[in-house]
Design a protein around this ligand. Structure first.
Ligand SMILES: [Ca+2]
Ligand SMILES: [Ca+2]
Length: 386
């Protein structure tokens, strides 16, 4: 009780919008409906990400949508992985038969070393097993689950929707579309063909397709009537709360100088609305946070004295107008990524992830990408009862 009071006071001090205090009149979303809970990479807080097991668990936990990231195999099959590089999320490094596939590749201009899905056939990918890439999450499932194809994810979605009696959706992300095109492995037509086969290539289908690039969304707009989402990335939040942002990679290639931050301006949002239905900003675009600068280095300091520097050493600053501006442009807003571990939670939330969800729900977000769907659903229920 005491903790809740302190937390509420801390949040009130931030002058969060009235919607946070008085939600009773309805959700402050674009359509007035409750915000969606999108299972980011499946129930990735609990099981190795992007596995059928992780997606199924997410639906058990109450998620409305499952989120597969898509990369291509050498033979042009879409599989669910966050990166083309398989080194962190599979056991490929321990497979002697693939030792000679290790190489250095530039992805979106940045060189990395590892084993790349674009060098493996689907048959070879199917011999690999998923592993947990985060050291602070459960490791006991490593080596148990296979890497699913997008078609398998769509079949699972249909089965889970049937079995649960709920409208379960799928929220695929096209990963590095310009890079895939350069490998002669473009993602878009294959993705739409899979949606068609699954009976999901219609305007009212429970499908969102997302991308950090604009060019492929514009191309997709001509190929499919499903909802499209433009993701807004940033590299970091400076100690003073200012976002450090890069550019969509298709802009880099095309010589367009605009940054992601430039694309959050009202004029740019109206432009985005011509090829997308919503935006998916990194959370700090909506509410950034500030830390305390270390006197010697100028870098963020360990404010709470636990010998590490993380989100717990930062305090939220005043929300931006992005949700309001996006809604005004007719775009919904799905924010990423919500995680339970205290190291990801600003000091204001005092280690309670429910408080973070409630803050963003109060701001009017239309959906949240969460590694812990159960926590997001519980926070939504608690808020609906207020
Ligand atoms: Ca994603
Ligand atoms: Ca600290």
């Amino acid at each position: 009780m005491k903790r809740t009071l302190i937390c509420a006071a801390a949040l009130a001090a931030l002058a969060l919008p009235n919607a946070y205090a008085a939600k009773a009149a309805g959700w402050p979303t674009l359509d007035g409906k409750a915000p969606l809970v999108i299972a980011h990479r499946g129930a990735s807080g609990y099981l190795p990400e992007h596995t059928l097991e992780a997606y199924a668990r997410a639906v058990e936990l109450g998620a409305d949508y499952i989120e597969p990231d898509l990369v291509s195999t050498r033979d042009g099959v879409l599989i669910a992985r966050h990166e083309p590089n398989l080194k962190d999320t599979t056991d490929v490094a321990s497979r002697a038969e693939f030792a000679d596939r290790k190489k250095k590749v530039k992805v979106d201009g940045k060189e990395e070393e590892g084993w790349f899905a674009s060098d493996f056939t689907l048959a070879e990918i199917k011999t690999l097993r998923a592993v947990q890439p985060r050291a602070d999450r459960p490791q006991q499932y490593n080596g148990q689950f296979a890497i699913p194809t997008f078609d398998e994810v769509l079949a699972l979605r249909a089965r889970l929707a049937r079995e649960s009696g709920r409208k379960i959706g799928v929220y695929p992300e096209t990963k590095h579309p310009t890079w895939h095109q350069a490998q002669q492995l473009p993602l878009e037509r294959t993705l739409v063909a899979s949606l068609k086969k699954a009976g999901l290539n219609r305007k009212d289908a429970p499908v969102f397709v997302q991308s950090f690039e604009t060019a492929n969304l514009k191309a997709l707009r001509k190929l499919t009537p499903v909802k499209l989402v433009f993701l807004l990335d940033a590299d970091d939040v400076a100690v003073d709360g200012k976002l450090v942002t890069g550019q969509p990679y298709d802009f880099v290639v095309a010589g367009d100088a605009r940054s992601y931050a430039d694309l959050t301006k009202p004029g740019a949002l109206r432009e985005i609305r011509r090829f997308a239905d919503g935006i998916g900003p990194w959370k700090p675009y909506l509410i950034a946070s500030e830390g305390m600068a270390d006197k010697k280095t100028g870098a963020a300091a360990d404010v709470n004295g636990d010998k590490t520097v993380d989100m717990q050493d930062r305090t939220l600053i005043e929300p931006s107008t992005l949700v309001r501006d996006a809604h005004k442009a007719g775009l919904f807003v799905h924010a990423y990524t919500f995680r339970n571990e205290p190291k990801h939670l600003a000091a204001n939330f005092m280690g309670d992830p429910a408080e973070e969800y409630k803050t963003y729900f109060g701001l009017g977000v239309d959906g949240v990408f969460s590694d812990f769907a159960d926590t997001a659903v519980a926070a939504r229920q608690a808020m609906a009862r207020r």
